[in-house]
Design a protein around this ligand. Structure first.
Ligand code: BGC
Length: 783
């Protein structure tokens, strides 16, 4: 009898398995119904259960794609495949080598976020996105963990290089273009880190306290634009708390704002932290808040979900909402759609994209006429290269955002490619020193700073002093000098003012000594800034003849720099953040961590009274971030927002501004009035009526870049915005409010250089939204 029963049960379960629906785009409901609680919980927890094993430090632990950051778990019974998540954002970060094969798995290193955004060119950002989307799927992954769109609240943030700007409109537009590019290839993105992740110090546990207005208008607005204009497949919730609640368990943020106010359709995944119950963050709360996927995933999180449902602490309906969204995500992925990855993306074609984009993102800060080199006539034959960065050129930042590129073009190679030699002895000295310095670095490495792991990006090597005799030899042997000032930064640690934002004595002396020696012989000196973020320039910018911000421009960096220096490309990059005279000029600096030496994963267990900028950070500067502060309060800066020189000149005509329905159209004509071909960016700053709400003096509301204009050529640019884009956040009434009155549309070359303007009268616009995310206690806000 028992045997018969057993057989019946076996037949029944076999039949059930045979009948289990196999996931397709049209049967998500059936699959959801057929899932057991364990299967549901499994789908909400990433598959990298051993992520914290040492291999993770060397760059992730995915078994399917070594080096990829994470995955979602397969449930074969229901035809649900594994999907693979890879960093991001400047290219695919997977291991270039695998055991048991000589085959390499390189990915293209594209320009970092600041460089990409400095192009102000949404078409280029879209092309970069397409190339990255293509590499994501060709390298057997489904989602790239980017773009990073946090606002540059302060120049000291260690991850600013991955982000775009201090301005949310520019951030949102570049992000949307990138995302549309990636997703047009059939791969997904994870826009990150949602939200207010403005510092790296104690990033896992810091409480970012911010007003509702600053949150909506500054820190969330870039995400909002990107969500509305590109529907990212996934959003990554950040590690930090916002006004006392972890972003990952923040229903205000993940449901009320993201989904209800903005209409987000995709999934939310956590940043890579697994469980943090010791800090009061429970998996069930994350599910309840609308966080669909826990990354990198821990088996105990599956058990937590099952247990919470079984004990009535987590309604199954909340689980089902997340599971349904996971299934909707999975049916879009390359793995679900059985895409045959080649493991061989077109690295050559993509190298051309990165070279062009990087050159277009570089910003010329100063030029007393020495550039382009030789002005087309006497191209220098030999150049002396000073600074370790000239030889150990940094193509990207460190941490999860690094890319294992097939090569990096340094300045020696870049110049060599156009027939310009570098002085042999100096090149030899630096090359040998860098080999030594790298060996020494390896030997001294303690791994206390986890991002110094070799798999997580190239490090800057300390500078050396060049003797007077050697310097004089260079002057006599070369036609020009280039001094490279490089900076490295990355996740987990913020930058210091001294020696990181600022120059070291050695660096400043190097610029000064080289300038004096070369100028004595009438020879030019150019400084190349190889840094993903802002540095101090005030104390030394008078010495050299020209200064080029090359950022961390990707694997073709040396070629892109030389394209600009030789005039092959006319510079058209514009700053996406203010370069202050001093770091302390930013009002946020007083509430930004400095000299808090905290290991990235150190927890709140630090004990004692909560410490400002470590355990909590008050955003007292409120909306007065970047140019909104400097321009409104008329504070002098080194280089203003939107600034960048060209080799030609442009005139910008009077704009026409029209309102049709709820849209405003700005039309403006740009003319190349100089003698070489080039591109210009028309930047539209709006001054709005401010009867009810205090407003910044001007805010960027639209921008457009011309095509390459020949001398004498004109182009008419048409930009469109919605009336709601002119609104500010009115906390008192929890609404977006554009006051009735006269709006002045000023078109300029940067925020301080306005060329022409036009006005438009508007009636009041109001848009009520969820009244959420309020600070727990009053903040002392700057007025
Ligand atoms: C970073 C994310 C990254 C993730 C996976 C985290 O530490 O903050 O930006 O995508 O790791 O590597």
């Amino acid at each position: 009898m028992r045997k018969i029963l057993l057989t019946i049960t076996t037949i029944m379960s076999l039949t059930a398995a045979a009948q289990a629906p196999q996931l397709s785009k049209d049967n998500i409901d059936d699959v959801l119904k057929a899932m057991t609680l364990e299967e549901k919980a499994t789908l909400l927890v990433g598959g990298e259960y051993d992520f914290w094993a040492p291999v993770a430090v060397a760059g992730g632990s995915s078994k399917t794609v070594p080096g990829a950051a994470g995955s979602t778990v397969a449930i074969p019974r229901l035809g649900i495949p594994e999907t693979i998540l890879t960093d991001g954002p400047a290219g695919v970060r997977i291991d270039a080598h695998r055991t048991g094969t000589d085959k390499t798995y390189y990915a293209t290193g594209f320009p970092v976020g600041t460089c990409l955004a400095s192009t102000w060119n949404t078409d280029l950002a879209n092309r970069v996105g397409r190339a990255i989307g293509n590499e994501t799927k060709e390298l057997n992954c489904d989602v790239i963990l980017g773009p990073g769109v946090n606002i540059h609240r302060n120049p000291l943030c260690g991850r600013n290089f991955e982000y775009y700007s201090e301005d949310p409109l520019l951030t949102g537009k570049i992000a949307a273009a990138y995302i549309n590019g990636v997703q047009s290839e059939g791969a997904g993105v994870s826009i990150k880190h949602f939200a207010v992740n403005s510092q790296e110090t104690n990033r896992q546990f810091v409480d970012e306290r911010v007003s509702q207005r600053a949150a909506r208008e500054i820190y969330l607005r870039g995400f909002e634009i990107a969500v509305r204009e590109s529907q990212p497949w996934t959003v990554m919730s950040s590690y930090n708390l916002i006004n006392g609640v972890f972003a990952q368990a923040n229903k205000d943020l993940l449901t009320d704002i993201l989904r209800n106010d903005w209409g987000f359709q995709g999934i939310v995944m956590t940043d890579w932290c697994a469980k943090r119950e010791q800090a009061g963050l429970y998996t069930k709360d994350e599910v309840m808040a609308g966080n669909d996927l826990m990354e990198p995933g821990g088996k105990d999180q599956i058990a937590d979900i099952i247990d919470a449902v079984n004990t009535g602490k987590l309604p199954i309906e909340a689980v089902d909402v997340c599971v349904r969204r996971m299934l909707e995500y999975i049916v879009r992925t390359p793995h679900f759609n059985k895409y045959k990855a080649s493991d061989a993306p077109d690295l050559k074609a993509h190298a051309a994209v990165t070279r062009e984009t990087a050159a277009e993102g570089m910003v010329l800060l100063k030029n007393n006429g020495v550039l382009p080199l030789g002005n087309g006539k006497d191209m220098p034959q030999t150049v002396a290269l000073f600074g370790t960065g000239s030889y150990n050129f940094l193509s990207g930042g460190v941490g999860s955002g690094c890319v294992h590129t097939p090569y990096i073009v340094d300045l020696v190679e870049g110049l060599g490619n156009v027939g310009i030699k570098t002085t042999a002895d100096l090149t030899d000295i630096y090359r040998k020193y860098i080999d030594y310095a790298k060996l020494k670095f390896e030997a001294d490495r303690s791994f206390a700073r986890w991002f110094e792991a070799p798999a997580l990006g190239d490090q800057k090597m300390p500078e050396i002093e060049i003797s007077d005799i050697c310097l004089m030899k260079q002057v006599s042997q070369s036609d020009a000098a280039i001094v490279t000032i490089s900076r490295q930064a990355g996740e987990g640690i913020d930058r210091k003012i001294d020696g990181e934002f600022g120059l070291t004595e050695l660096e400043r002396n190097m610029i000064q000594r080289v300038s004096t020696a070369y100028h004595a012989e009438g020879k030019p000196v150019i400084v190349v800034i190889n840094s993903g973020s802002v540095i101090e320039t005030t104390s030394w910018s008078s010495y050299p003849d020209a200064i080029l911000v090359a950022w961390q421009p990707g694997e073709e960096g040396g070629n892109s720099v030389v394209d600009i220096l030789t005039g092959k490309v006319c510079p058209s990059g514009r700053l996406t953040m203010t370069w202050p005279l001093a770091a302390a000029d930013h009002p946020s600096t007083k509430n930004f961590p400095q000299d808090i030496d905290l290991f990235v994963y150190e927890t709140i267990k630090t004990g004692g009274a909560p410490l400002t900028t470590r355990d909590y950070t008050n955003h007292e500067e409120d909306i007065w971030v970047g140019y909104r502060y400097f321009d409104t309060k008329q504070k002098e800066v080194a280089y203003p927002f939107g600034y960048g020189l060209s080799y030609t000149t442009f005139s910008i005509g009077k704009p026409t501004v029209k309102k049709v329905g709820d849209k405003v159209t700005v039309t403006v004509t740009v003319k190349n009035t100089g003698s070489v071909a080039g591109k210009e960016v028309a930047q539209v700053y709006v001054t709005a009526p401010a009867e009810k709400l205090v407003k910044p003096a001007k805010e960027l509301k639209a921008f457009a870049k011309t095509r390459t204009l020949q001398p004498g050529e004109t182009q008419t640019l048409t930009m469109q915005l919605a009336v709601r884009d002119l609104a500010s956040f009115d906390e008192g009434n929890s609404q977006w409010l554009a006051e009735a009155g006269t709006y002045t549309f000023q078109v300029g070359k940067n925020i301080e250089d306005i060329c022409a303007s036009a006005t438009l009268k508007l009636t009041e616009y109001k848009e009520p939204v969820s009244n959420v995310l309020a600070p727990k206690a009053e903040l002392k806000l700057m007025k």
